[in-house]
Structures are given as C-alpha cells and as structure tokens.
Ligand binder design. Structure first.
Ligand code: ZN
Ligand code: ZN
Length: 387
C-alpha cells in the first residue's frame, strides 16, 4: 500500500456511515418507542439469509469459483438477492475476488489485503480510491458469456433501488408497518448482511488455525463460520478454492454448503466439485511436516527423533507416489474402469487404503509433535524415541 493515501470515495463513506447509524442507532430507538410488527421481523430474517447466501453461494462459490453449476431459476434468484446485498455486480465482485486469490496478502495487488490492517480488509478498502480495487474484467471473460450475470451488471443500480427500497416499502404498505419494514428489512438487514460477509476478508484472514496451508494468512475458525454463513473455514477454501464446501466435514457449520446440497436434491444445482479426500489429507500432512521439521530444526533434537521424522516423511512420500500411480491407472483405464465392476472396486479400495494410511500417519505425527512441543516448553531436551 502506498504511503500517501488516495482520495476518499465520499459516496461510499457517506452511505456506510448513514446505513450503520440507521441500523445500530435508529433501529433500537424505534423499537423502544414504537416496536416492530412480526412481518417486519419475518422479512428481516428472510432477506438477511437470502442476501448472505446470494453472496456466499452465488457470487462466491458459483460465479467466482465455478465450484458447482446452477439451473436458471436459482441463478436468477441469486443474482436478484445478490444485487439487494449491495456489494457491486457479480462481474465486479468476481473480478476482484479472483485477484484476491491470485495475489492474496500482497498489499500492492490484493484488493483487501489483511497485511494492510483489519480495518482496511474489512471496510477501509472501499472507502478510498486504492489502485488495488480497480476491477480487471479480463479475469472474468467466462462470466461475460453468462446472460444472467450480464443482465444483472447492466441493470445493477435499478435492481439495487428496487430491492432495497421498493420491496421493503411495498411490503410495509401491504402489512401496515412502513417504518418498521424499512428499518428492519431495509437498514438493519443490509448493515448486518454487509458485516457478515466483510468478516470473510477481515476475521477469516486473522483469527484461527491454518491446517491446510501456511503459505497465506487465510485461517479456519468455526466461530468465524458462524458469522459468515460458513465461510470461516477460509484456510481450506484458499487451499482448495474449486471445492463447493468450505467446511469440508459434514458436521462443520457451513450453511452455504447445506443450501447448495438442498438445491442439488431439488435439481436446481449439479456438478458439485469435491476435492479428493487424499489430497485433503496430503495437504494437512504436508503442513504438519513443515511445522514439526521447523520445530526440530529450531531446537536441539536427539538424533533418533530426527530419524523417526525422516522415516515418517519417507513413508509419506511413498504413499503419495503410490496414489499417483493409482491415479494414472484410473486415467489409463478410463471408461473401462467405469463399466468393469471389479476394476472399479479395485481402484476405489486402493484409494481408500491410501487415504487411511495418511490418516493414521497424521495421528502418529500429532503424537510426535505433541511430545516434542511439551519437551520444548518444559525446557527439557526431547527423549530418544525407540524404533
Ligand atoms: Zn480470502
Ligand atoms: Zn474464494
């Protein structure tokens, strides 16, 4: 980031100030003075969820990453409620997001690099004319062929006004609570929806663990997932951006993944891309090895520990090589593997065995790292290991 700050974007600065004052001062004041109708609460929740999901499921996982495909009705809904979320058009958003992935953490290229500070990554990047925020449409040529994306891009500002002002106003008139509807389903919904998605750029690059890769600042944190419609498993996402899941385990809180699954069961979504389990285990182990090797190098470690580590690493490499062989066999046999039941089962069980090997190796490494850490913390030199 250059030292002299670029000029302020006054339209954005004034708008963010007004919407946050309305949401966090006017909304509680009006609530204490007049109260809100049940319908105002209902549409507040409904639009809040739809706005959040349109950004995470639509803008992010569908359009920016093509991690699944969606039928026309779903694409229209996501484009419409995405415009309501007021985060620019799909084309703009995806162009910047792809730059974020490509140049993550680089303060001179990443539009919202966390290295420029929490505030910059959360909102500051939109408040000044930073050169890094210029959208490069050459990165979204694929999306320029999508009629829904281009329609939303052409009519973006009309859609923003209709969805943010027209719809709450019409609902307010219909249910007899105009101010309540404008404040709850309009202002509070928009401000909360903004911060819930802005946390992905700020908190999800700051506060958490990095199990899949330590090459960038993206972190995994279930608490952040609660605040970001499941996008808090951001370390996983930066490691495997083509995966439609961010919370990869079934129990991890990722409502965007569940929403895509529900759409798939209804026939509205298809071709959901999943990273092979082996690659996920491999990434975790590689990170674990890097950490434990770093720890072993920075402390005086007994020769037998080094030997144990080297043996584990050798086994890891052998398993990876074996997996590559099975993968090559799968490609070679191609269609035959799909029609021959025995061949198909052989390949599947080989993959499962290799995944299991990595899983067990991770357990061993965890024990090794735990003991090493404990010794280092207590100032003792690690004991020799047997075998
Ligand atoms: Zn990120
Ligand atoms: Zn992404």
């Amino acid at each position: 980031m250059p030292s002299s700050k670029p000029p302020i974007v006054w339209s954005n600065a004034i708008f963010f100030a007004l919407i946050n004052v309305a949401a966090f001062i006017l909304v509680p004041l009006w609530g204490m003075m007049q109260g809100y109708s049940g319908w105002a609460w209902f549409f507040f929740v409904l639009f809040w969820v739809l706005n959040g999901m349109s950004i995470t499921v639509g803008y992010h996982r569908l359009w920016a990453h093509h991690s699944f495909k969606a039928r026309a009705p779903l694409r229209w809904i996501l484009a419409l409620f995405g415009a309501m979320a007021l985060q620019n058009s799909i084309l703009h958003w995806a162009a910047r997001h792809r730059v974020h992935h490509r140049y993550v953490d680089d303060v001179t290229r990443d539009p919202h690099s966390i290295k420029a500070g929490f505030w910059h990554a959360h909102m500051g990047w939109m408040l000044r004319k930073w050169p890094t925020t210029e959208a490069d449409f050459s990165r979204v040529k694929d999306l320029q062929k999508d009629p829904v994306v281009m329609w939303q891009h052409r009519h973006y500002w009309s859609l923003v006004w209709i969805m943010n002002l027209g719809v709450p106003l019409a609902l307010g008139l219909l249910f007899g609570d105009v101010v309540g509807m404008l404040l709850l389903a309009g202002a509070l919904r928009l401000a909360l929806s903004h911060h819930f998605t802005f946390f992905i750029n700020s908190l999800a690059h700051l506060w958490g663990r990095r199990p899949y890769s330590d090459e960038n600042t993206a972190v995994d944190n279930p608490a952040v997932a609660l605040l970001t419609w499941g996008e808090g498993y951001h370390n996983y996402h930066h490691a495997f951006q083509a995966d439609y899941r961010n919370g990869v385990a079934w129990w991890q809180y990722d409502p965007s993944k569940w929403f895509i699954n529900i759409c798939a069961w209804c026939g509205l979504a298809y071709d959901r891309h999943k990273t092979p389990a082996f690659k996920i285990h491999r990434a975790r182990l590689a990170t674990q090895f890097r950490r434990i090797q770093h720890l072993a190098e920075s402390t005086k470690v007994h020769e037998t520990w080094r030997g144990a580590l080297e043996r584990e690493y050798q086994r890891f490499r052998e398993t990876v090589n074996h997996w590559q062989e099975v993968q090559a066999k799968k490609v070679q046999t191609g269609r035959a593997a799909m029609s021959d039941r025995w061949l198909k089962t052989e390949l599947r069980t080989s993959f499962k065995e290799l995944e299991y090997r990595l899983k067990m190796q991770r357990r061993r490494l965890q024990v090794l790292a735990g003991e090493l850490n404990q010794r280092v913390r207590s100032g003792l030199s690690p004991p020799p290991v047997s075998g």
